[in-house]
Design a protein around this ligand. Structure first.
Ligand code: ADP
Ligand code: ZN
Length: 292
């Protein structure tokens, strides 16, 4: 059987088809502009490639509660054209297949736990650092939704002593996303993350903020694996800096060899690489379709 998967990020949207084994058979990438433009490309693709159902991992906040009348609807997203856009309504209306929606990061966390870096662990987190910052959480084998869904990107963080940047979150200004997202890097340094010099204070500061989020997640959830992906994590020097900041911030408090001796194998990149989100959306539809 063939299933559809959509990973919608703030900068780009990936959509494609995959099989029961988590293989992506074909996919496309488009730039995130308006819902109308995205729906036109996505629906044209799925009309040519019919599927049994579609899993969507979307930027949020988005209603992820299956029984809610507004299931699949985006809410207070800062991306104005997307406010109130409903994935389920639009895709069902035009393609007439079941549609399942979760956050982009919950989907990626699910994909990594099924086929990637967190296989065999019941507790893991997937953090993305891209246009936005967010985390998907698997606790005791289940994706965490709670009242709305976790919004780790808006954690409040301790300011770096040398950082005078006020932050760009439209809601909180200097929350984690406001200080450490790709657009925050671009705004603070006047150049996009991909063009920032490899060394220097920029990446120390970035690691300082991201490590605080990792530490908070470790303290609250005690994950067995922390996976970090997203565009900004493509900077090869960032991961080692985050790992050492995590150890430094903890000051030896969490005394487990996984942290004190094998942090390289504890805070890791996605094993599914740049397809983590898309494969996660596939995992989402497979999980739902095989349980219904
Ligand atoms: P999305 O948020 O749409 O899922 P990405 O995860 O690729 O997409 O995030 C895009 C953000 O990541 C942009 O702000 C971009 O500047 C930044 N980015 C992309 N590649 C790199 C890189 N190699 N180094 C630093 N920042 C990057
Ligand atoms: Zn915020």
């Amino acid at each position: 059987m063939v299933y559809g998967a959509i990973e919608a990020g703030g900068t780009k949207i990936l959509f494609g088809v995959g099989d029961d084994n988590g293989r992506i058979l074909d996919y496309r990438t488009i730039i995130t502009t308006t819902p109308a433009a995205a729906m036109s490309s996505i629906c044209e693709f799925f009309k040519r490639n019919p599927v049994e159902g579609i899993g969507v991992g979307s930027f949020g906040p988005v209603d992820v509660h299956l029984t809610s009348p507004t299931y699949g609807q985006l809410t207070t997203t800062p991306k104005i054209p997307w406010q109130q856009f409903n994935w389920v309504h639009h895709l069902r209306e035009r393609l007439d297949v079941p549609v399942y929606v979760d956050t982009d990061v919950n989907a990626a966390a699910l994909g990594e736990s099924r086929w990637g870096a967190a296989v065999g662990f019941r507790n893991s987190v997937y953090i993305t650092v891209g246009t936005g910052v967010g985390a998907g959480i698997i606790a005791e084998g289940r994706v965490v939704h709670g009242l709305i869904h976790p919004e780790v990107g808006h954690l409040l963080v301790r300011k770096h002593p040398n950082d005078s940047f006020e932050g760009i979150c439209p809601f909180h200004q200097d929350c984690l996303e406001g200080l450490a997202s790709g657009p925050a890097l671009a705004e603070r340094w006047g150049v996009k993350g991909e063009h920032l010099a490899e060394h220097g204070i920029a990446w120390d500061m970035e690691a300082y903020y991201l490590a605080q989020a990792v530490v908070s997640l470790m303290l609250i959830l005690s994950p067995e694996k922390v996976i970090m992906g997203g565009g900004v994590m493509n900077q090869p020097q960032l991961m080692p800096k985050i790992r050492s900041q995590v150890v430094h911030l903890l000051q030896g408090y969490l005394c487990h060899p996984q942290i004190t001796e094998r942090i390289d194998d504890y805070v890791v990149p996605p094993a599914l690489g740049h397809l983590a989100g898309l494969k996660g959306a596939l995992a989402l539809v497979l999980e739902r379709c095989s349980s219904s």
